[in-house]
Design a protein around this ligand. Structure first.
Ligand SMILES: [Zn+2]
Length: 426
């Protein structure tokens, strides 16, 4: 007995010693201007104290004594803010291959694009992303390789394949029947949907994505039409929530948006044709709206050359401007909003270009930055660990030259990136 006890004591001592040695001495960031997204304010001459991967203190420079020989990162000529979050990315897809051009991309190849695109995304200042739709669970592999420190990239929440109806936006309608192509997320009817949610969770999804309506970059469906019945959506959401997974619904059309909100989804992606009743319901249910208001510009300028179908370009012309107008309407009505850009539709790393459109359509720069930090952190389910510079949170910190509150386009060129206390770009 006493031998067992002494072994336990030794083990505890060893663990204690390890934890003491693992605690590195703090490092210090001097911030010329610091954006406090929790309070919507800016403070000059601040010091952020970081230990291991976390922020331990934030205070006015005058109140912090930096010890001699300490590691100091001097960002006193920059504006410092929390690492950004993008709620709608496709890191394992590439903007150069749309429509039939995308059929030649294997799942392993898509995972390798993911390695490249993860790096581009973190270099753009996005230290956390939600990947909503990937073939063959390439997103799960990407997330795990980043978490294990094997490759460079943002922290990821991933969905695996998107669920959808046969022939819908989340199926693949590009080839005739003799090829037998069906996307792996296709499921019809309540029990098939329930089983598919279980299968997707089994293979590593943190979040469930499904298509509630038609889409722009798919063949043969109408962009506004509802796909999935309310009953199917209710079952899907119930099954996902039962396993602690949030649900993101791709939805452009007004009826599909309302059905998704009524079914209890956590966010509506795109939200293009949302009507007054949909906005009212989103507020009542606390549903986040994720409007990807930049990529319309890219689709109309470059879509044809990267293989987007003529019908996709027609659909974009039909809804692009309406989406931006509805972004303004929903924001002014007080709906909850989080930043999501649908990267892969446009080149990865250009995520920050969306800020200017969010400001053009009604937000202040501070509100747009809050949508990409504190609000997105809430949607992704990490409200206390990312999305703000505050004690106890991960040291995910970025900096830009200039003042984004005066000119939000400086967000397109992030000059410093730290994730979890480690510097990735300087
Ligand atoms: Zn998407």
């Amino acid at each position: 007995m006493s031998r067992v006890l002494s072994r336990i004591t030794m083990l505890f001592l060893a663990l204690f010693a390890l934890s003491v040695f693992a605690d590195e001495t703090p490092s210090y960031i001097k911030a010329g201007q610091l954006i406090d997204v929790l309070n919507g304010s800016t403070h000059a001459d601040q010091v952020i104290v970081i230990q291991n991967d976390k922020i331990v203190n934030v205070a006015a420079a005058a109140n912090v004594t930096i010890p001699d020989g300490a590691t100091v990162i001097d960002l006193s000529d920059k504006t410092v803010m929390p690492g950004l979050l993008d709620m709608h990315v496709h890191l394992t897809s590439d903007h150069r291959f749309h429509g039939y051009q995308g059929l030649g991309i294997s799942v392993p190849r898509s995972a390798l694009y993911g390695v490249l695109n993860a790096r581009k995304t973190i270099n753009a200042g996005f230290t956390t992303v939600r990947n909503v739709g990937a073939k063959g669970y390439a997103d799960v592999a990407l997330r795990d390789a980043i978490n294990d420190g094997e490759i460079v990239g943002p922290s990821m929440r991933v969905s695996g394949p998107s669920l959808g109806i046969t022939g819908g936006h989340c199926d693949n309608n590009l080839l005739p029947s003799q090829f037998g192509v069906k996307n792996e997320g296709v499921a019809d009817g309540p029990w098939e949907v329930r089983a598919k949610v279980r299968e997707i969770i089994k293979y590593g999804a943190d979040v469930i994505k499904f298509c509630a309506t038609g889409g722009v970059l798919s063949k043969g469906d109408s962009v506004g039409d509802q796909q999935y019945t309310l009953e199917e959506m209710q079952v899907l959401v119930a099954e996902a929530h039962q396993h602690g997974r949030k649900v993101a619904a791709h939805a452009h059309g007004a009826e599909g948006i309302k059905a998704a909100i009524l079914a209890g989804v956590d966010s509506v992606e795109h939200s293009s044709l949302i009507d007054d009743e949909g906005i009212r319901l989103a507020k009542e249910y606390g549903t986040f709206l994720v409007f990807d208001v930049y990529n319309d510009t890219y689709i109309l300028e470059h879509g044809a050359e990267v293989g987007m179908l003529p019908e996709s370009l027609d659909k974009e012309r039909e809804i692009g401007q309406l989406q931006r107008d509805n972004f303004r309407k929903a924001f002014e009505a007080g709906a909850r909003m989080a930043f999501g850009s649908d990267s892969a539709v446009y080149p990865h790393g250009d995520n920050g270009k969306q800020f200017a459109y969010m400001v053009e359509y009604g937000m202040t720069p501070m509100q747009a930055i809050q949508a990409a930090t504190v609000h997105a952190a809430e949607l992704i389910g990490w409200p206390d660990t990312v999305g703000a510079i505050a004690p106890g949170r991960y040291a995910d910190i970025i900096a830009v030259d200039g003042n984004p509150l005066e000119d939000v386009r400086v967000m397109e060129d992030v000059s410093f990136v730290m994730k979890g206390g480690e510097v990735y770009k300087r």
